[in-house]
Design a protein around this ligand. Sequence first.
Ligand code: SAM
Length: 270
Amino acid sequence: MPKDLEAGERVMLIDSRMRRYLVTLRTGGEFHSHHGIIFHDELVGRPEGRVLRSTRGSAFFVFRPTLSDYVLKMKRGAQVVYPKDIGAILTHADIFPGATVIEAGTGSGSLTLALTQAVGPTGRVMSYELRQDHHDQAVENIQAWFEGSSGKPENLELFVGDVFEEDPGVVADRMVLDMPEPWRAIGTTTKALTPGGILCCYLPTIPQVMQTVEAMKRERFAFISTFEVLHRTWNVDGQSVRPDHRMVAHTAFLITGRKLAPAEGDVSGL
Ligand SMILES: C[S@@+](CC[C@H](N)C(=O)[O-])C[C@H]1O[C@@H](n2cnc3c(N)ncnc32)[C@H](O)[C@@H]1O
């Protein structure tokens, strides 16, 4: 049975030029744009996936937002990890249901949301953020996302603190670092990572990549891989089939590596 939209839920209203508006439905509420008004009461109690006309006759698609829609629209304290990279992080860091994941920094909470969903109710995400204002923004964003569905997730713990100084007190399966100096964590914070565990770092510049890879080599990580994800959409319209003029190209580099067990010998030259 399709679940009808309810007051208090978020929906995406998408106009004919594919502009997206994130709206929280309220009984008696109105969405105003220069294309006219949409009355929330025309949405509440009805399914998503409809096309509505505003008071000025403009068409709007009505859909519940995907996580990708949401992270691009939510308020930002820090720059978020983009959806094209979130997918790659979940896959290449192998974030699995039931995993224990340590993350830093929480930032705006974009990656935290994806990690929390991926580990599921039997997993655990512990996320550290240095700045109180970024932590507060992340809490607001995360609560707003889960409010409409399952409520605040019990598998997520958010901490204000310096990840270099915290002792998580757990053995982690995976560690994901999106912060300026991850090499400072390698060999210290990464002690919490289980042998065979995966470290994933997300870095915008090459000097940061160089320092991180060197530290990973020094601290006995194997299968170190550095890559970026370029996302190019195509226009497919009858005989007109060509790449779009604009693409989401460089955002950041991803580095992954697997932690070796202490007694596994000399890895130099591997
Ligand atoms: C680019 S943002 C992270 C964005 C986040 N991944 C997201 O998707 O919203 C980097 C964050 O790392 C935090 N940070 C920097 N150094 C840190 C540290 N030593 N411990 C914890 N957080 C740190 C910064 O305050 C900042 O909020």
